[in-house]
Design a protein around this ligand. Structure first.
Ligand code: CUA
Length: 256
C-alpha cells in the first residue's frame, strides 16, 4: 500500500468516526429516542384538592408509564395512580392519585408499555423499566400528608389593613349528627383557621356569610382560613345530606 492511499484511508476513517459522532446527536436517527436514558425526577410537594401530583421531569426510550406507588415501613406498596409517558422527554407531568391511600412518602416509577399497548398492565406485562439492574424510580414526600389547605377570600372587598387580629385555630369535628364544637368565638379582624374533619360519612361546612361551602370527607383533614371581617352571630351548618339528623347539624359562629 502506498503512503498516499494509506493516508487517504486513515482520513476516510477519521471522517467516518466524525460522522458517527454526528449521527449520535442527530434527531433524525430512528434510534435516537431509544437511546434516551430512562430517568425520573420528582420534588417534595403538597397534594392539592384536585388529587394531582406533579412529576418534574421524566424521559424514556420507548412508550411507557409513570406509576405512583405507596411506601410503607420501607416497602413499596400499591399503585395509587399512573399516567402514560410517550417516548422522549416530558416535564410537569400530572398524575391523579387515590387520596385515601396516599402515604407520607410516595415513589414515582417508570414502567414499560408492552403489548397490548395503551392499557396499563401491572402487575402483568408492563413491569418496571430496568437499566443497569436498577429500577428507575424516585421517592418523594407529600408535605401536607394529604391535608387540604385553603384560603377563603372574604365576601366583602377587604383590604390587608383589616387583618389586624390574631390567628385563631379551631378543630371542628363532624359526625352524625353534630359538630364539635357547636360554638366558635373570635373577634372582628381575627383570622379564623378551621381544621375540618369528619369521623364517619361525608358532611358539609356551610357558612354563607363568609363565603364558605366545603365538603368534609372522612379521613381527610381540610384546613380553611378566612378573615372575620364583620361582627355578629352567624350560623354554620351541614349542607350535604348525611342521614336522618342532617338538618340538626349546625353551630354558631360568634364574632365580637
Ligand atoms: Cu352532616 Cu348533613
Amino acid at each position: 500500500m502506498s503512503k498516499k492511499i494509506a493516508f487517504l484511508l486513515s482520513t476516510l476513517g477519521t471522517i467516518a468516526l466524525l460522522g458517527a459522532g454526528c449521527a449520535k446527536n442527530s434527531t433524525t436517527s430512528p434510534s435516537a429516542k431509544e437511546q434516551i436514558a430512562p430517568s425520573i425526577t420528582t420534588e417534595n410537594q403538597s397534594l392539592g384538592e384536585n388529587n394531582q401530583i406533579t412529576i418534574k421531569e421524566a424521559s424514556i426510550g420507548q412508550d411507557g408509564w409513570i406509576a405512583i406507588h405507596t411506601k410503607e415501613n420501607g416497602q413499596l406498596g400499591d399503585i395509587i395512580g399512573y399516567t402514560s409517558l410517550s417516548a422522549g422527554k416530558d416535564s410537569k407531568i400530572k398524575i391523579t392519585v387515590d387520596r385515601n391511600k396516599v402515604t407520607p412518602s410516595l415513589v414515582a416509577m417508570l414502567h414499560y408499555d408492552r403489548d397490548p399497548k395503551g392499557a396499563f398492565e401491572s402487575p402483568g406485562a408492563d413491569g418496571p423499566v430496568i437499566r443497569d439492574q436498577q429500577v428507575i424510580m424516585q421517592e418523594f414526600t407529600i408535605l401536607n400528608q394529604g391535608e387540604i389547605i385553603k384560603k377563603v377570600t372574604p365576601v366583602t372587598n377587604t383590604s390587608p389593613a383589616s387583618y389586624v387580629g390574631v390567628r385563631k385555630e379551631f378543630i371542628v369535628t363532624a359526625k352524625q349528627w353534630s359538630f364539635t364544637p357547636t360554638v366558635i368565638k373570635a373577634k372582628k379582624g381575627d383570622t379564623i383557621v378551621l381544621k375540618l374533619k369528619s369521623t364517619d360519612v361525608t358532611h358539609g361546612m356551610f357558612i354563607p356569610d363568609f363565603n364558605i361551602n366545603e365538603t368534609m370527607e372522612p379521613g381527610v383533614m381540610k384546613t380553611i382560613e378566612f378573615l372575620a371581617d364583620k361582627s355578629g352571630t352567624f350560623t354554620y351548618s351541614c349542607n350535604i345530606p348525611c342521614g336522618a339528623g342532617h338538618k340538626a347539624m349546625s353551630g354558631k359562629l360568634i364574632i365580637e
